[in-house]
Write a protein that binds this ligand. Structure first.
Ligand SMILES: [Fe+2]
Length: 567
């Protein structure tokens, strides 16, 4: 059975009420699942990562947000940002490319990659734009983080109103300082950015820190921030439709920046860093907050995968079959089994002091995303790390990729046919596979979440913490795409191998390609705080032709007056 074709369906998203169709929905399951995704009507085939952002939200307790007493509310909304509103008004001037969607207004901020809860606030992010705030309840756009003048834009074409900001889809919230840390790269030079939630975004250039490819993640310990070069490679000729000539870099630098240096240095002035080399390719990585005995980082390597290469007409897949046009635009899945490492760095000695590795070629291929306990206590000392893996998927590997990576791929490890998706639990810090559950071969599990048991019950703990933080005490919730219908499965985090304890679905409901998810203990209207407004960013409107300038002024008025975008 192939990958679900509903992945790239352009069917319009809708609100639904899901009911429990198998097992017993745990009464202890609480809060809301939030998902970021490209809107299906902008999955143009260029790259699914560049579709316009939208947000899905599923209540994990029944009877919320207008759902019947026995049903779970699935709600959704396009992010009605300036980018989306300008595009809705003048779709004819927007053009999809391999580095995003461009227009005379500038570069679209899709904000489609990851939800980032921060207290009662909700942000959505991506790698080539500022974080965007949305209302957790209505999912309406509230503002981009920081005036554009507080960011360095990458102005490769005119960007009078929509700047291209090289940032990361995975900022972190500092539990001790209550600030957001992220990055802003400028022509490959790494800057760390800090935002307190209302004031100006402050930045520090990092001495000698260059990013050879891109940044997708920043992670933190109590004392430090870590930023690695990530394996999304954009070669200049590909921007004009040319073919790739080199695979992703086989290793990359990891920079460790001390928070004390940032605290002590005025914004704009350089801060020092330590550099370590990490291999193979990195994309997602997570530091343990407690760094008393060294800096511990779990790396989810994307070895011999190519997220920047997509299926195009005429491509053949790994088994030599013509690629299905229904999957056009799908990025390149891994040609090697998943490799996860846990590395302990000693910052005083400047060296790696411990390394554990997980690699199970018979079982774990195409790690998608993870579920972990994001509470401060859970990150302080994580116990279980849950991941979903799509299985080996020859349909999602092209002959062009196999050729480009011919010197790096061990073909003896390639299964002869596709293998089933797996949900896996891995213990920390030893990286033992403690449990796994195989899904059906036609399932496509998407971004899972961890929901702690009884969050907030202990007032001495943070609001996201459950009764026993770390990732083992609670539930793993997995949204699953399947052509026969979308469903959501719930697992006991301590016993994923037992299979789902409950399933919710609705007949006939499909959901297309989604990206990261997050858990919020509750949602309500966004707090009333000062926010950056698009109408304060019209300084360069004179660079636009009159008709487009008029559109931009109308969009600014609509945003200020709260006029909804009909979508
Ligand atoms: Fe990501």
């Amino acid at each position: 059975m192939p990958l679900p074709r509903s992945l790239f369906s352009s069917e319009a998203p809708a609100d639904h009420d899901l009911t429990v169709t198998a097992g017993a929905w745990p009464a202890e399951l609480s809060g809301e699942l939030v998902l970021s995704a490209p809107h299906p009507d902008t999955l143009t085939g260029a790259h699914p990562f560049f579709g316009e952002g939208m947000t899905y939200r599923l209540s994990l307790a029944p009877g919320r947000h207008g759902a019947p007493a026995d049903a779970l509310a699935w709600r959704q909304r396009r992010i009605d940002s300036p980018s989306a509103r300008l595009r809705a008004a003048r779709p004819d001037v927007f053009r999809a490319t391999m580095v995003g969607v461009q227009s005379p207004f500038g570069h679209t901020n899709a904000a489609n990659t990851a939800p980032l809860p921060w207290g009662d606030r909700l942000f959505t992010t991506w790698d080539v734009g500022r974080p965007v705030e949305v209302d957790p309840l209505s999912l309406a756009y509230l503002g981009d983080v920081g005036h554009r003048s507080q960011w360095q834009s990458f102005e490769i074409g005119p960007q009078p109103l929509l700047p291209l900001v090289m940032s990361t889809a995975h900022p972190v919230i500092d539990p001790d300082r209550n600030v957001l840390w992220t990055v802003n790269t400028s022509w490959g030079a790494l800057h760390v950015a800090r935002w307190d939630g209302e004031g100006a975004v402050e930045q520090w250039p990092v001495t000698g820190a260059t990013i050879p490819q891109s940044v997708h993640t920043i992670t933190q310990t109590r004392e430090g921030l870590l930023v690695a070069d990530c394996a999304f490679k954009v070669e200049p000729q590909t921007l004009a439709g040319g073919a790739r000539t080199e695979p992703t870099n086989p290793s990359g630098p990891l920079y460790l920046i001390r928070k004390a240096d940032l605290d002590a240095t005025p914004p704009g002035q350089e801060v020092p860093c330590q550099v370590f080399e990490v291999a193979p390719e990195n994309n997602h990585y997570y530091a343990t907050y407690d760094d008393t005995d060294g800096v511990t980082v779990l790396f989810e390597h994307t070895e011999n995968a190519d997220l920047a290469m997509t299926q195009q007409p005429g491509d053949l897949d790994a088994l030599g079959r013509p690629c299905d046009p229904a999957l056009r635009g799908l990025y390149g899945f891994p040609m090697s089994p998943d490799r996860t490492t846990l590395v302990v760095f000693d910052p005083d000695r400047g060296e790696v002091v411990h390394r554990a590795e997980q690699r199970r070629p018979e079982l774990l291929w195409t790690r998608q995303l993870n579920a972990m306990d994001w509470s401060a206590e859970g990150r302080e000392r994580p116990t279980l790390h849950h991941t979903v893996h799509q299985g080996f998927r020859p349909e999602a590997i092209t002959q062009e990729m196999l050729h480009l990576y011919r010197d790096r791929v061990d073909r003896t490890l390639l299964p002869s046919e596709e293998t089933a998706p797996v949900i896996a639990s891995t213990s920390l810090p030893d990286l033992e596979l403690t449990a796994h559950h195989e899904l059906a071969i036609d399932d496509f599990p998407t971004s899972p979440i961890f929901v702690p048991r009884d969050p907030g019950a202990d007032p001495s703990r943070s609001r996201h913490a459950g009764t026993d933080p770390g990732g083992h005490d609670g539930f793993v919730v997995v949204p699953i795409v399947n052509d026969a219908g979308f469903r959501v499965e719930v697992y006991d985090a301590a016993d994923v191998g037992a299979g789902p304890i409950a399933t919710a679905s609705k007949p006939g409901m499909t959901v297309s390609f989604v990206l990261h998810s997050a858990w919020m203990p509750k949602v309500g209207p966004a707090p009333d705080v000062a926010r950056n407004r698009f109408s304060d960013e019209l300084e360069r409107i004179g660079e636009l032709p009159d008709d487009l300038a008029d559109v931009a002024r109308q969009v600014a008025r609509d945003l200020d007056e709260g006029v909804p975008l009909d979508a």
